[in-house]
Ligand binder design. Structure first.
Ligand code: FEO
Length: 401
């Protein structure tokens, strides 16, 4: 049965939620589910903004039929071709062969490759405007946020930005679709950060470029392809600020995150001692076992905090595999701009510390605090003192930098 939700007087929400999905994009756990958003403008012309993932297509088609109330569908705007938004493209066109697809040149190529589609299409250029009656829509290209064909669009007179993947979040919607009607900071922010870092975190430069374009537009509402709709000026400014912080790769919060890889618990013990010493000196601190915590959460927490400590045992003459994977993931996301410290363990030939230092120091604007601490098998009084010294140096840096 249909479940169409009004966004404005002329704009309707047609999307749906998947709470059964385990891994979004086969990569990201989504224990709170995910929404696939689609919107319909009813003007002299009818305009559909994107489709939805196959998981929610049945409700979506019921919504579309209900919302159109027998009218033809004049246009389908394709902001982003990834299948979580384009999977229902052919289903829309088979029901509405009259529809003209509005897309850019790159999208046209993908429509051909995915669906063999070469039907009715209106190609748009950056800045171009189309009138649908009392509404007009102009196009803002956003390449690599998060695919090369991605574009946003801006609807007047309501000043609505259709932002594609940007400003989206993991987490299904329930009840209200509006960010100002949910407790976003409590219920969505961690998922939003994890979504940003995983989906577009690698493309901070491109996100900055889009934010500069958006700064020239008065925006009263943001309609993303995932997660709540933003319609309150204060909330929009707050979320834009989060995107600015994340895309500049600067810390969102001051505090220490200790990431450790431990086989039998001795390396973990070093991490716990360091964490306790930091807490004694009033440094907010969190510990993560990189072998247990999902990579997407590790990445998001690294983006979040100002001071990072990498603690790893040596394994096969190298860095323990889960820590090695984590460092690889950070590098792949062009991560940097943090203070960091290193602790290693090794029973006969500690190697992990040197290898981690070499890797981390190659990232942009990383600044090492204190000297690497080497544990031989397990922490003793001497190495405990070294951990206390490192905690003191990190605490001083936290307070003074
Ligand atoms: Fe939600 Fe890049 O797709």
């Amino acid at each position: 049965m249909h479940n169409v939700i009004p966004v404005t007087d002329d704009l309707l929400y047609l999307g749906g939620n998947d709470r059964r999905i385990a891994l979004f994009e086969s990569a990201y756990p989504v224990p709170r589910g995910v929404s696939y958003n689609s919107y319909l403008l009813l003007d002299e012309k009818t305009v559909l903004f994107d489709t939805v993932d196959a998981a929610v297509s049945e409700t979506f088609f019921e919504n579309l039929a209900f919302a159109l109330k027998g009218r033809q569908l004049d246009y389908l705007v394709v902001h982003h071709m990834e299948p979580d938004h384009s999977a229902s493209f052919q289903g829309v066109l088979s029901r509405h062969p009259e529809t003209i697809v509005i897309a850019n040149k790159k999208t046209a190529g993908m429509l051909k490759n995915y669906f063999g589609f070469e039907g009715k299409m209106q190609l748009v250029a950056e800045g171009e405007t189309i009138n649908f009656g009392k509404h007009s829509l102009s196009f803002v290209f956003a390449p690599m946020v998060h695919w090369p064909e991605v574009m946003m669009s801006y609807l007047l007179p309501e000043q609505v930005l259709f932002s594609a993947d940007a400003f989206g979040t993991f987490g299904a919607l329930g009840g209200s679709i509006f960010a100002d009607k949910v407790h976003f900071e409590r219920d969505f922010l961690d998922d939003a950060r994890r979504y940003y870092c995983g989906i577009v975190g690698k493309y901070g430069v491109q996100v900055q470029s889009v934010l500069k374009k958006a700064a020239n537009l008065p925006i009263k509402m943001i309609c993303p392809l995932h997660g709540p709709v933003w319609r309150e000026e204060k909330g929009i400014a707050w979320f834009l600020q989060k995107y600015d912080t994340w895309s500049k790769c600067v810390p969102e919060e001051r505090g220490a995150a200790i990431f450790y890889a431990s086989v039998y618990g001795h390396t973990q013990n070093a991490a716990e001692i360091l964490g306790a010493e930091l807490a004694k000196q009033d440094v907010p601190v969190k510990l993560y076992d990189v072998s247990v915590t999902h990579a997407s959460e590790l990445l998001a927490e690294a983006f979040r905090y100002s001071h990072l400590v990498f603690v790893s045992t040596t394994y096969n003459n190298g860095v323990f595999v889960s820590m090695e994977n984590f460092l690889h993931d950070l590098k792949a996301h062009f991560f940097g701009k943090r203070a960091y410290a290193v602790v290693e363990n090794g029973s006969w030939s500690p190697q992990a510390g040197q290898l981690m230092e070499t890797e981390i120091s190659s990232w942009k604007e990383m600044r090492q605090v204190g000297e690497k601490v080497t544990i031989l098998s397990s922490v003793n009084e001497e190495t405990r003192t070294k951990l206390e010294t490192l905690a003191g140096e990190l605490a001083d840096d936290y307070k003074n930098s």
